[in-house]
Design a protein around this ligand. Structure first.
Ligand SMILES: [Mg+2]
Length: 212
């Protein structure tokens, strides 16, 4: 009899714990109090359209992201933070990343490369998260980055220079997407000759319609 009572108490505790977890999950999906309700969904053709365009990452003010309720920022590497296949960041970019961290925004490098050690080295140096083998624009890498940072789509943003990987993947994952002008014209030959021309056309089209 007492065994059954004990089991029932244990079960109740288990249910209460599960309910508490559910409540916490629900809360986590909501933007924090005082923050804007979030960003508009980018579906259909607008899945290619960033929420915001900047000339350089340093134009993104940490306080502005914080004001939007952003708690985690996903970072593209090549031609966003560093030159293509390079590892050195400018002092300005480094200072910007540190300012983000000081504001309480977590960072996660999201890299399509599976075997390269560069992103892991950079993440270690910055003291931030890193997800490799992301296969952008697939959603899995974005979900892994959010799991690392323990953030929800409403509280996450990405900054990247490519529409068909960074922006499309970010929009498909429901996060706030910021497209940055590439740091340099030197890049992967496929990107240069296959991705960039339609990217330019679409950007012009989105601009004309006032989406960016
Ligand atoms: Mg890039």
């Amino acid at each position: 009899m007492s065994g059954r009572i004990q089991k029932s108490a244990a079960e109740q505790a288990h249910v209460a714990e599960a309910e508490q977890r559910e409540d916490a999950d629900r809360t986590a999906m909501r933007p924090p109090e005082g923050a804007s309700p979030g960003h508009p969904e980018r579906a259909g053709a607008l899945a290619f359209c960033p929420h915001r365009m900047v000339d350089a990452v340093t134009q993104i003010a940490p306080e502005e992201l914080k004001g939007r309720g952003i708690e985690g920022l996903i970072l593209d590497l090549d031609n966003t933070l560093v030159l293509w296949r390079k590892e050195e960041m400018t002092e300005e970019v480094l200072a910007w990343l540190q300012a983000l961290q000081q504001t309480g925004i977590q960072l996660c490098i999201l890299s399509n490369s599976l075997f390269g050690k560069r992103s892991a080295r950079m993440a270690e140096r910055l003291g931030c998260h890193c997800v490799r083998g992301a296969r952008k624009p697939g959603r899995r890498g974005f979900l892994r980055a959010m799991a690392e940072m323990k953030t929800s789509p409403a509280r996450t943003a990405i900054v990247g220079d490519q529409m068909f990987t960074d922006i499309l993947g970010g929009n498909r994952s429901g996060i706030y997407t910021i497209m940055v002008r590439p740091l340099h014209r030197r890049e992967f030959i496929y990107t240069k000759f296959v991705s960039r021309p339609p990217e330019r056309l679409l950007l012009r089209w989105f601009r004309k319609r006032g989406h960016i």
